[in-house]
Design a protein around this ligand. Structure first.
Ligand SMILES: NC(=O)c1ccc[n+]([C@@H]2O[C@H](COP(=O)([O-])OP(=O)(O)OC[C@H]3O[C@@H](n4cnc5c(N)ncnc54)[C@H](OP(=O)(O)O)[C@@H]3O)[C@@H](O)[C@H]2O)c1
Length: 271
């Protein structure tokens, strides 16, 4: 059983893009890490950089860990499940980042497994990500709370029903991509007005980060804050008028709906 605040023995299966971020951030928290990746060179390199123990197999990772993060591509799941059958999987807690692989699929392949499914976004790299979290049927309330505690150094953890995971993928998983596109557009708009690109980019990125943090700090509805910066006959209302006329809100809502449909399609292929 995991204890709140206790340093744990953590395993990572697959140290690619996402697995490496977990190794980096959770290693910094003082947890004892052990990982395996089929790419021997990649495993060696990341182990040297983030100072974790290299396992010789996934079964070894499970053996020595209390909690195991699974960070391989979804299409690898069937062969991974075969490997895990030879390990004491039922006595460990698994945290899966595999997009489109439901907890039920783990439970079918590995009866009795305790698995939590998460959907992180890229900002976990700096500890400011959003992590949607849904539990499988064998996970207790206490284990869910402990997993949340463990993941907190990576960002904000939001519990959701597993049926909402595709919505989380569309809103926050893909969300970083929308925000980068918007930042790029606003910075280029600054260049049109004669600002230096890198200066405009810094200003826009900080405006995004600052506005978002203000909203999170104050709470409430974004429209209230929008009204505060919109003086009668001023500059902001002119810009907002063009956005309204162009249907920017509708376009963004359509974009999220399109990502949601695609998440569902990909999930049905993965299953
Ligand atoms: N990237 C994102 O922004 C993001 C966001 C949310 C969720 N995810 C999820 O995160 C997962 C990992 O994505 P990623 O981008 O980190 O993938 P990745 O860079 O391909 O990393 C996966 C690593 O695991 C290795 N691997 C494959 N089979 C293995 C096995 N049986 N045992 C141990 N290692 C194995 C892979 O080697 P090979 O290349 O040789 O297969 C690769 O080095 C995916 O399921 C994805 O859905 C990703």
């Amino acid at each position: 059983m995991l204890e709140k605040g206790k340093k744990m023995r953590l395993g990572i299966i697959g140290v690619g893009n996402i697995g490496e971020i977990f190794a980096e951030r959770l290693g910094k928290e003082g947890h004892e890490l052990c990982a395996y990746d089929v790419r021997a060179e990649r495993l060696k390199e990341t182990a040297r950089t983030h100072r974790f123990k290299q396992a010789k197999s996934n079964a070894e990772v499970v053996h020595v860990s209390e909690v195991v993060v699974v960070a391989v591509k979804p299409q690898t799941f069937p062969s991974l499940a075969e490997e895990l059958k030879k390990s004491p999987f039922a006595e460990r807690l698994f945290i899966s980042v595999l997009a489109g692989i439901p907890t039920g699929k783990y439970e079918e392949a590995l009866p009795g497994i305790k698995v939590i499914r998460i959907m992180p976004n890229l900002a976990i790299k700096i500890g400011k990500g959003v992590i949607g979290l849904a539990c499988g049927k064998n996970v207790s309330e206490e284990e869910e709370a402990q997993a949340e505690e463990l993941l907190r150094p990576l960002g904000m953890v939001e519990r959701v029903a597993e049926s909402k995971m595709d919505a989380v993928t569309a809103v926050s998983g893909s969300g970083a991509g929308y925000v980068f596109a918007i930042i790029e557009a606003l910075a280029e708009a600054g260049v049109r007005l004669g600002l230096d690109y890198s200066q405009a980019l810094r200003m826009v990125a900080q405006t995004m980060a600052g506005s978002a943090e203000l909203l999170l700090a104050i709470g409430g509805h974004p429209a209230e804050l929008k009204n505060r910066v919109t003086s009668p006959g001023g500059t902001t209302i002119e810009g907002l008028f063009v956005m309204e006329k162009g249907g920017v809100k509708g376009i963004l809502m359509d974009a999220v709906a399109a990502a949601y449909r695609r998440a569902k399609e990909l999930a049905s292929v993965a299953r």
